[in-house]
Design a protein around this ligand. Structure first.
Ligand SMILES: CC(=O)N[C@H]1[C@@H](OP(=O)(O)OP(=O)(O)OC[C@H]2O[C@@H](n3ccc(=O)[nH]c3=O)[C@H](O)[C@@H]2O)O[C@H](CO)[C@@H](O)[C@@H]1O[C@H](C)C(=O)N[C@@H](C)C(=O)N[C@H](CCC(=O)O)C(=O)O
Ligand SMILES: Nc1ncnc2c1ncn2[C@@H]1O[C@H](COP(=O)(O)OP(=O)(O)OP(=O)(O)O)[C@@H](O)[C@H]1O
Length: 533
């Protein structure tokens, strides 16, 4: 029997918890008085989304930007929920749905701050308050997926069985579970952690997006070590300003959320993040590629497609071989290594697998993924200004040919900046579509083109769509010594155009175009499902 991803985002074995005691325990933990509870029930699971409810679940009916979850109470009751927790605005709808269905459902009404309840409720029901394995969290604008993959690659080199939660996939040991969000909703996060424990996981890493912090998706969890990669412009549609974006991320490093913080402290935001974490009372380990810090990267050199560097840590010098291309991956790798060191793994344990390159020999699907070498042909997930700049700087060839576009319905202020960066970093810029979502693709391209042309760099600028044609055009223009970078979509396999998912895999398109032009491609057997986390 196959099970849906949702049912695999929770343990196989449910334990029954008394609803009233559960609600009283969480109320006490959150310091909330005046919670009304009516009726009795046994709870065996927790859900936020009506579509995920299973018999015996406690369902949290939350108010949202688009609707109140309580609108879905009839479906939830029909699905067999035993208990519903909502706010005053949801009460009447839940009571009416229960009366209509003629079914007794325990109901708790929380006076305020309902979203903060979901994580702690799930922690109690799924038994994740105590964890038998170390859990690492990574936040930052760029590098979260890569760093979690590196953390797990290193943990596996130490003999651990690993779990991951992130943009590309969720994995609980050998079991792969499709991922929808970078950080799932809190009942799913706790459910997955419980499933990891069932599957014998002995070390796990997860990405924590700023959305996750704002929407309280990691409440009820205390990470062993949280790491910070960087902060650059993105998600301003949600946060409004960089200050707000920073403040969201900073919460992850508070001692209640993470036992230790490893912060890449280079640059203004990194420096400020370390200060904020210290001010919050966190145990802080700083990391730097530029100067003094608790952990320092020195002697960076290119080695094949990848790099080699030294990590200085408490009087030790660890020699690190990193097979992955991309200069920025030195920062990601140093962060992963330092997080393991901060968790108590000794330098002596790590030294052999760092020196021979095996510890960081990892494929991250769609992140600086090499499709061909002559011309150099790379697919990358860079979809914000800083990532695009760094990705471009990391590809080398006689001419750099870039294919990219900006996403619709997301932070339009990125488009002009990315156009400028493209024209500054590439010799040939081919502007095309990313996911337009509900927006007019032509106007998104126009904003990008305007930024590119305004840069006045002399780069050749073309507009080609659909995206597959833009990739083919890049190959048509390339000579064997050039480098092609196809940026923005990485591992993604469908393009959302006005709500319709159109199959499109940049890696497949680039490989096919190279082959048509008679150029060699790398053996891509691991390309599509190359997740090795
Ligand atoms: C902007 C954002 O993150 N919104 C999140 C927020 O939505 P909301 O408060 O507006 O909720 P709503 O859609 O009005 O629905 C209200 C309630 O009804 C429930 N509902 C809704 C529909 C239904 O059929 N049944 C049902 O029960 C919802 O679960 C929700 O609890 O709370 C909902 C759950 O309570 C989330 O599902 C929703 O995330 C949506 C799915 C989303 O797409 N988020 C993206 C942008 C996101 O989180 N991305 C980050 C990564 C970003 C990055 O780094 O690129 C991520 O971590 O994935
Ligand atoms: N340390 C870094 N600094 C700047 N850019 C980076 C860094 N690491 C990765 N990138 C760029 O960001 C892209 C996305 O990388 P990755 O998936 O690891 O980050 P992420 O934080 O998980 O992103 P997202 O949340 O958008 O999925 C890469 O394809 C690369 O272009």
């Amino acid at each position: 029997m196959t099970s849906s991803p949702t049912s695999r985002m929770r343990p196989r074995t449910a334990r029954a918890v008394d609803a009233r005691s559960l609600i009283e325990a969480v109320a006490a933990r959150l310091g909330t008085a005046d919670v009304e509870v009516a009726g009795d029930a046994e709870v065996t699971g927790v859900a936020l989304d009506s579509r995920a409810v299973q018999p015996g679940d406690l369902w949290v009916a939350l108010p949202g930007a688009a609707r109140h979850g309580a609108d879905f109470a009839p479906a939830v009751i029909a699905a067999g929920a035993s208990c519903i927790v909502t706010d005053e605005a949801g009460r009447a709808r839940v009571e009416a749905a229960a009366a209509e269905a003629g079914r007794a459902v325990a109901l708790a009404v929380v006076p305020s701050g309902l979203r903060a309840w979901a994580g702690p409720l799930a922690a109690e029901v799924f038994g994740t308050g105590e964890r038998a394995f170390p859990l690492f969290a990574v936040t930052g604008t760029n590098g979260k997926t890569t760093t979690t993959y590196m953390l797990n690659s290193l943990q596996r080199a130490l003999g651990r069985s690993t779990g991951v939660i992130g943009t590309i996939e969720i994995r609980a040991g050998e079991e792969a579970i499709p991922s929808v969000l970078t950080t799932p909703e809190s009942p799913d996060v706790h459910g997955i952690l419980a499933r990891m424990a069932e599957n014998g996981v002995t070390g796990a890493a997860m990405e924590v997006s700023s959305h996750a912090i704002d929407y309280r998706r990691v409440d009820g969890i205390r990470f062993d070590v949280a790491g910070f990669t960087n902060l650059t412009q993105d998600h301003l549609d949600l946060h409004g300003t960089m200050e707000e974006y920073f403040a969201s991320k900073a919460q992850l490093f508070e001692p209640a959320r993470s036992a230790a913080a490893v912060i890449l402290a280079d640059g203004e935001w990194g420096h400020r993040m370390a200060e904020a974490a210290r001010a919050a009372g966190a145990v802080v380990v700083t990391l730097s590629l530029e100067g003094e810090a608790d952990a320092r990267v020195t002697d960076v050199a290119q080695e094949g497609l990848g790099s080699r560097f030294t990590l200085e840590w408490r009087g030790e010098r660890l020699e690190v071989v990193l097979p992955l291309p991309g200069a920025f991956n030195v920062a990601n790798a140093a962060l992963a290594v330092t997080m393991l060191l901060a968790s108590g793994v000794s330098a002596a344990q790590l030294a052999p697998v760092l020196a021979d390159g095996s510890g960081l020999a990892v494929t991250v699907p769609g992140r600086m993924q090499v499709i061909g070498t002559s011309p150099a042909a790379i697919v990358d997930f860079a979809h914000n200004p800083d990532a695009l700049e760094r990705a471009l700087a990391s590809v080398a060839g006689e001419r750099r040919i870039l294919v990219f576009g900006a996403t619709g319905d997301r932070d339009p202020s990125k488009r002009h900046a990315m156009g400028r960066i493209a024209a500054e970093g590439a010799d040939i810029v081919i502007v095309t579509d990313d996911d337009p979502h509900g927006e007019d693709p032509a106007s998104i391209r126009a904003a990008v083109l305007e930024g590119a042309r305004a840069a006045g760099t002399g780069a050749s600028i073309e507009e080609v769509h659909p995206r597959a044609d833009a990739i083919a055009r890049a190959v048509e223009l390339a000579g064997p010594k050039d480098a092609i970078l196809v940026a923005g979509r990485g591992h993604e396999t469908v393009q959302d155009v006005a709500g319709v998912d159109i199959p499109l895999d940049d890696r497949e398109e680039l490989a096919a175009a190279l082959r048509r032009a008679g150029y060699p491609t790398l053996d891509q057997t691991t390309r599509k499902d190359g997740a090795e986390c």
